[in-house]
Design a protein around this ligand. Structure first.
Ligand code: ADP
Length: 269
């Protein structure tokens, strides 16, 4: 098995070009192999999560971004399925409202950062504030253009305080998006997912790609790297994300804490 973490990472300060990446790529893995490996990874993830929980000194933040129908929900369902729900939090970030609107854009995000011992998944994130906000001009350029540095500072602060961060851009082709929208129209069980807003967003495809590229170029850092996941094939997407989350947890050198009492003399009748 290839080292997908190494193949898919956006090297800090590199010139990320999405058009150089094939969203249907499977990096030499075939489906049967991929499925088998995903199953094994989910088991390993469950073990690593237990260790993280037991250690309770560090946390892992997984950020998921991607165009509509890119597969954020499916990834969460398939990759996190083996985990203990007590140790995981999932936050979906929508259009800010109420108190969110009355604070700076990182306020709601900071509150959702997983506590030590836990894995937190962001379904969309603070990156919306340099994506949808930029594409639709919801804030002037003078405001959003400063956010790349602010986000790097924020993530560095988290990393320095024992929050491990990995970020995934689920990358599908425009044709694949059309296919998935068609399925939402044709399959009764998927009708509820269909939204006219998604069709409208599709018109901004090129602007989103540009915004993604700048985000990747400026915010893939050593402490909080971005990975671009070719996501046309759902099985490969799930496999790649599971490999990288596992690789990250395994690199943390997690250890069970020592027992809090001397266990040697304890006996039961
Ligand atoms: P999803 O598409 O994630 O399943 P929704 O259909 O409710 O869920 O979409 C959430 C919407 O909220 C998206 O269009 C997203 O761009 C928008 N959104 C998220 N964060 C922000 C933000 N900070 N500013 C403006 N819009 C945002």
């Amino acid at each position: 098995m290839k080292n997908l973490a190494r193949e898919l990472i956006v090297t800090p300060d590199s010139k990320a070009k999405l058009s150089d990446i094939d969203p249907a790529d499977t990096h030499g893995v075939n489906k049967a192999m991929g499925r088998e490996r995903l199953e094994r990874n989910c088991e390993r993830l469950s073990v690593m999560q237990y260790l993280l929980y037991a250690e309770a000194r560090r946390s892992l933040l997984v950020v998921l971004q991607g165009i509509d129908a890119g597969g954020k929900d499916g990834t969460i369902k398939h990759v996190m399925s083996g985990m203990n729900p007590q140790g995981v939090s999932v936050n979906a970030f929508k259009v800010p409202e109420g108190a969110e609107k009355r604070h700076d854009y990182l306020w709601r995000v900071h509150q959702a950062v997983p506590e030590y011992g836990k894995i937190g998944i962001f379904n969309r994130s603070h990156y919306e504030d340099v994506l949808v906000v930029r594409v639709h001009g919801l804030a002037p350029k003078s405001v959003w253009s400063k956010r790349y540095d602010q986000i790097n500072d924020f993530e560095r602060m988290l990393a320095d305080n024992d929050v491990r961060i990995v970020k995934f851009l689920l990358y599908i082709s425009k044709e694949e998006q059309a296919k998935r929208f068609r399925e939402r129209l044709e399959d009764k069980s998927k009708n509820w997912k269909f939204s006219m807003a998604d069709i409208k967003e599709r018109e901004y495809w090129d602007q989103y790609m540009e915004a993604y590229e700048e985000m990747l170029r400026r915010c893939s850092t050593e402490k909080a790297p971005w990975y671009v996941i070719p996501a046309n094939r759902k099985w490969f997407r799930n496999l790649a994300v599971s490999e990288i989350v596992l690789h990250t947890l395994e690199g943390m050198d997690l250890k069970f804490p020592k027992a809090t009492v001397d266990l040697s003399g304890i006996q039961f009748e």
